[in-house]
Design a binder for this molecule. Structure first.
Ligand code: NAI
Length: 353
């Protein structure tokens, strides 16, 4: 496999392949940049159809982490890990092998949970390496499960987008469609409902839908329809690449603000949103709440209150991006990418705006 020649290779500092014979663990860690500090980003466990797919994902996700950490003002670079397996492969031995793999990088990469991995998994990883975060904390301390913190950041960012695009200071009666009601989506629904938003929701898991319908008076919509609902805001909180050539012409929302990583299938899809008059909150800016929490936990000494205060700065950062994009007539993701690349000292790639 020609990793250096892959389209998603972006001068990554390291791409390391790890295999453990005893457990059959196959993992890839990509370190995009350590210019601002050790590379931090979660570990995704997913049954990728091929190693190439896994490498592609880890290259994209680790670059996204560099951008996310830089724009969140964290003293961290960007990295990510993927384990090529589904949840049935989990065992104490596998987490030990993964922890040793992380440890072998000597602190250049700090792991945490991501799609397919949990706080409990990271506790097992922590038995063999100290380069891990997102561990259970005592009440009042920074850290723990990042999903509720990610949801808070998305909620605040979504409100900033509503203020900017719709000129509304609150969410009373604002219609929001949420795709994915897992760790982040559930908490996002809770915050939105408390602020008076009207929710339309979908998940492939019926129990997740039922819970949100019962607790927050959300309306369930079909999984195939949720992106195209007649709403003010679309919040993708499940999968990446949902904003693409097929979906964008069918979107009715005027704002897209959600937690999912890599929502744009291609960079050009960001321009398509701009042309359609849809305000896009760049995913890695709006979903930074979790990494802010995990980073402060790792550094030690921070309180939950300090983390929450830091997450409350996401809206001002987003609004700066929205304003610059409007002033310069360019797409929001281009502005965000440029700001991030400037911070990490990478040449700004001039994209068509
Ligand atoms: P999760 O795995 O807890 O939840 C994802 C939910 O999406 C699940 O309930 C799943 O059933 C559902 N889903 C899967 N395919 C679907 C489909 N086609 N249509 C509708 N629903 C579908 O993941 P989590 O932690 O809530 O994260 C959600 C997204 O946010 C992911 O893309 C993740 O990478 C991203 N993210 C999460 C962060 C965190 O702190 N957990 C931080 C930053 C980004």
């Amino acid at each position: 496999m020609d990793v250096f020649g892959m389209r998603d290779f972006d001068g990554h500092e390291r791409v390391v392949f790890g295999r453990d014979e005893a457990t059959g663990m196959q993992a890839v860690i990509a370190i995009h940049s350590t210019a601002l500090g050790p590379a931090a980003g979660g570990c995704r466990m997913w049954p990728y159809p091929s190693t190439r797919e896994a490498v592609r994902d880890v290259l994209r996700l680790s670059r996204g982490m560099s951008y996310k950490n830089a724009l969140a003002d964290l003293p961290l670079g960007g990295g990510k890990a993927v384990i090529i397996a589904d949840a049935s492969a989990k065992s104490p031995e596998l987490w030990r092998a993964y922890g040793q793999f992380v440890d072998s990088l000597g602190g250049r990469y700090i792991t945490a949970e991501d799609v397919g991995t949990t706080t409990a998994d990271m506790q097992q990883v922590a038995q063999v390496t100290r380069y891990v975060s997102g561990l259970p904390r005592r009440p009042g301390e920074a850290g723990g499960d990042p999903a509720p913190r990610t949801a808070l950041g998305v909620f605040l960012g979504l409100k900033a987008a509503v203020r900017f695009q719709l000129g509304r200071a609150d969410l009373a009666g604002v219609r929001v469609a949420i795709q994915g009601l897992g760790g982040v989506g559930y908490h996002l629904c809770r915050l939105l409902a408390a602020d008076g938003a009207r929710l339309r929701v979908a998940d492939v898991r019926d129990t997740a839908v039922q819970r949100v319908v019962e607790e927050f008076r959300a309306v369930a919509v079909p999984v195939e329809q949720v992106l195209f609902e007649d709403v003010d805001v679309l919040a993708p909180c499940a999968l990446g690449a949902v904003l693409n050539g097929q979906s964008i012409p069918r979107l009715a929302a005027r704002i897209v603000a959600g937690a999912a990583n890599n929502q744009l299938a291609e960079s050009a899809d960001g321009q398509s949103l701009q042309r359609a008059g849809i305000l896009y909150a760049p995913d890695y800016v709006v979903n930074a709440g979790g990494i802010i929490s995990v980073a402060r936990e790792y550094q030690g000494g921070a309180s939950e209150e300090q983390v929450i205060a830091e997450i409350h700065r996401i809206p001002e950062r987003l609004t700066e991006i929205f304003e610059r994009a409007r002033r310069e007539g360019r797409a929001t993701h281009v502005i965000a990418d440029e700001m991030a690349r400037e911070r990490i000292g990478r040449p700004v790639r001039r994209l068509v705006a």
